[in-house]
Design a protein around this ligand. Structure first.
Ligand code: 5GP
Ligand code: ZN
Length: 112
């Protein structure tokens, strides 16, 4: 999608610190990390948000990638959080579906 930040990152038009990539999915470090390890996992195909996603196999694959990246980073041992912010109240700021993988510190609950 034109003028979408994460589409541009997916195409390599904007640089990112990649931690995993395949044909369907890209994982890269968040530019403003909310935890010592903070990775974003995106589908290369544009979906505004989780409501628009019509491909459960892709969703499953994104979670599999998140699990794999957690192992690569070593946070599978200490624990981590997977988050999908959606819409205004969900705090979504980039309208291209993404999954946050956060870890390497104790995370507070409930969210603020
Ligand atoms: P949201 O608030 O939509 O759930 O998450 C968007 C995330 O994208 C934020 O955590 C923000 O720091 C991150 N972000 C915004 N712009 C960029 C960028 O240009 N590069 C990277 N790597 N992350 C970004
Ligand atoms: Zn996009």
């Amino acid at each position: 999608m034109e003028n979408c930040l994460f589409c541009k990152i997916a195409k390599g038009e904007i640089p990112s610190q990649k931690v995993y990539e395949d044909d369907a999915v890209l994982a890269f470090r968040d530019i403003s990390p909310a935890a010592p390890e903070h990775v974003l996992i995106i589908p290369k195909k544009h979906y505004d948000n989780i409501l628009q996603l019509d491909d459960n196999a892709l969703l499953g694959h994104m979670f599999e990638v998140a699990r794999q990246v957690a192992q690569t980073l070593g946070i599978d041992k200490t624990g981590f959080r997977i988050v999908i912010n959606t819409g205004k109240d969900g705090g979504q700021t980039v309208e291209h579906l993404h999954l946050h993988l956060l870890g390497a510190r104790e995370l507070g609950w409930p969210p603020g």
